[in-house]
Design a protein around this ligand. Structure first.
Ligand SMILES: [Zn+2]
Ligand SMILES: [Zn+2]
Length: 300
């Protein structure tokens, strides 16, 4: 059984009942399971598999943030087509990982520009070249170093780069009037994060990146997370950002204390909990532990 939901919190997406009829028919033919949820104004999220996708619907065109995989991006494009919102202006990438950019290719010929931080573009190219998959990658054609701005109808989007974090190319996008920030994989909600040291990740600086997000945001800002342990918790507030920042700090101080005691990396990454951390559970604790240990012992 495949559950499908389309939650409406805006009048922009009219004829909901017709849409539900269409979805009921489509569910017989399709095997996926995706969710589209409107957040505020004309901004929503799409979740299926991979990093959370954000989108902005405007009179002049649609902006999409991240693209998951080719098949899941196709589902979003098809939904937006049904609602006459498939005139894509910009596809914005938060960073290069495949669960955010493998679906770029689905927008080939549909979108005017693909935007990313310059290191993210270089990473996409490097990874695709080494995997021999350049023909499957739609690379960003517009890049920025520190920030980037776009004005569209009555909305403004501002991108910022705060330095290495989850990778060395994580962009944060603020849709200013709707007051929604897409934090990409700088935010793993209650889930142990990937820390891509092969692409310049740095936990110490990641904590500072989160300060950058906190500076951009206010208490009413809705923040979109790249990943969440629990389905339905892909968005939150600055309180969640502060909690994740606290978690990363505890990962680093735990590693620092154990390294001082002479604990080996092999022993350290066998830990199944982090002192003082209760809300980050589940698989993958070895990822931040390994990265923290390596970061603190690497030769500068
Ligand atoms: Zn991701
Ligand atoms: Zn990632």
């Amino acid at each position: 059984m495949h559950r499908r939901h389309f939650l409406h919190q805006t009048t922009l997406l009219a004829s909901a009942s017709l849409l539900f009829q269409q979805k009921a028919m489509a569910s017989i033919l399709q095997t996926g399971d995706f969710q589209v949820k409107m957040l505020r104004n004309n901004v929503g999220i799409f979740t299926e598999r991979g990093g959370t996708i954000g989108f902005l619907l405007s009179k002049n065109g649609t902006i999409v943030i991240d693209a998951q995989f080719p098949d899941t991006s196709r589902h979003l494009i098809d939904e937006l087509k049904k609602q006459q919102h498939a005139n894509f202006l910009y596809l914005l990438n938060t960073h290069h990982h495949g669960d955010h950019t493998a679906g770029n290719i689905t927008y080939k010929g549909l979108v005017e520009h693909v935007v990313a931080q310059e290191n993210s573009q270089a990473n996409q190219k490097r990874v695709a070249e080494s995997n021999n998959t350049m023909d499957k990658q739609l690379l960003p054609d517009m890049t920025f170093k520190e920030d980037w701005k776009l004005k569209l109808d009555d909305e403004k989007i501002k991108a910022e780069y705060f330095g290495p974090g989850h990778t060395n190319g994580d962009a944060v996008y603020h849709i200013e009037n709707a007051n929604i920030i897409h934090a990409g994989d700088l935010m793993f909600n209650k889930r142990h994060p990937f820390v891509d040291r092969s692409a310049g990740a740095n936990i110490g600086n990641w904590i500072k990146d989160l300060d950058g997000i906190l500076k951009m945001a206010g208490k009413d800002t809705i923040i979109i997370f790249g990943h969440s342990l629990n389905p339905g918790e892909e968005t939150g507030t600055i309180e969640d950002v502060k909690k994740f920042q606290d978690y990363l700090g505890k990962v680093l101080s735990f590693a620092e204390a154990e390294i001082k005691k002479g604990v080996s990396k092999e022993e350290f990454i066998k830990n199944t909990s982090i002192p003082g951390v209760t809300e980050w559970t589940g698989q993958g604790i070895d990822r931040p532990l390994t990265a923290a240990y390596e970061e603190l012992t690497e030769k500068k």
